[in-house]
Design a protein around this ligand. Sequence first.
Ligand code: ADP
Ligand code: MG
Length: 235
Amino acid sequence: MPFDAIVAVARKEKRLMLTEVEAKQALKEAGIDVVDTRLAKDKAEAQRIAREIGYPVVLKIVSPDIIHKSDIGGVKVGLADEAAVSTAFDEIMAATKKANAKANVHGVAVQAMAKQGTEVILGMSKDPQFGPVLMFGLGGVLVEVLKDVAFRIVPLTPRDAGQMVREIKGYPVLEGYRGQDPADVARLEQAILTLSEFVEGHPEIKELDMNPIFAYKDGIAAVDARIVLEDEAAS
Ligand code: ADP
Ligand code: MG
């Protein structure tokens, strides 16, 4: 589904928050590598999709009313078979109901279980003065506690993307240290430029983040994505 159609569905449903499934679809179409992710409306569909994707899989709640999915028990990783998918499905639904009995639930996202990589985050927010700004950093504790992030104003040049990745304090982590694999920095720079173009072409996006992206020796994969739209009047 093209991004305009995804936005039209959200507008029709009067929501500003795209689901992870919608956000990943949009980013994939834009040319960013995302983990294979599909929406299942019920348990049987989740099991069918899991078989198609191949075990192990990850199940996550898909609801525009649940923003931090793992905080409420809405993410189950490393599901090895059909029985595990069944249990995870029930647990996710129970946890969601407990967190917000009124949550509008689309179903669950079934996705490939990505192998662990170096966690990075890449996002866009809007500055009142400068407009869309991209943020890049290392994921997890480094970004949350140390605020080790780099910012650039959209549109970015290839030079901006290169500097952005290298100016964070954690850059040595991306180069590989103590026997850890280096991260595919070229691919990260490419994703930054692709994201810059994507948000430049879509002023109706208010906020976007991929948290985390796993970076590997060869390639990257966004495992979580979030897009918030501007109010219709503003875009
Ligand atoms: P949240 O809404 O809580 O941010 P995420 O989708 O980021 O939920 O999932 C929480 C964590 O689970 C991620 O930070 C990542 O470590 C792990 N995870 C999520 N999706 C996958 C996946 N497809 N493969 C492997 N690990 C995943
Ligand atoms: Mg996340």
